[in-house]
Write a protein that binds this ligand. Structure first.
Ligand SMILES: [Zn+2]
Length: 152
């Protein structure tokens, strides 16, 4: 396993809310993960084993982040993707907390924490990367409900 080469993007996120506003809009668990970079317990999230076709939106702001086409079975206990919907949908931050060298993945639209990205683990996916994302950071909009308006 190695740390992917990801350019950090320090542009300001378009959606800016105060922490008080986020606290009102999100559940305590969502707030902890999205705004305090928490991690849900493995195998407990809503989507770690989901194969439903659809688009995964940011739970905080509704931006489209990942799709079921890039989701794969990593058996790590969190939803795993080998690429985001588009590179500009996410931003990367070098995270050296907990004595580890990791790349944090955030929503580029609202700067909320999503998870981390790892590389070279041998999953045999097209990119050899694993976006390890918290279920609580995502909201799946299934393909057959795609024409309904997503939450914002
Ligand atoms: Zn967002």
């Amino acid at each position: 396993m190695s740390t992917p080469e990801k350019a950090e993007n320090n542009a300001a996120a378009p959606v800016v809310r105060s922490e008080d506003e986020w606290r009102r809009e999100l559940t305590p668990e969502e707030y902890h993960v999205l705004r305090q970079a928490g991690t849900e317990r493995p195998y407990t999230g809503e989507y770690w084993d989901t194969h439903t076709a659809g688009v995964y939106h940011c739970r905080a702001c509704g931006a489209e982040l990942f799709t079921s086409n890039e989701k794969f079975d990593s058996h790590c206990g969190w939803p795993s993707f080998w690429a985001p919907l588009a590179e500009e949908r996410v931003r990367y931050i070098h995270d050296r907390t907990l004595g580890m060298d990791r790349i944090e993945v955030r929503c580029a639209n609202c700067d909320s924490h999503l998870g981390h990205v790892f590389e070279g683990e041998g999953y045999g996916t097209p990119t050899d990367q694993r976006y390890c994302i918290n279920s609580v950071s995502l909201k799946l909009v299934t393909a057959d409900s795609a024409d309904s308006t997503p939450e914002s």
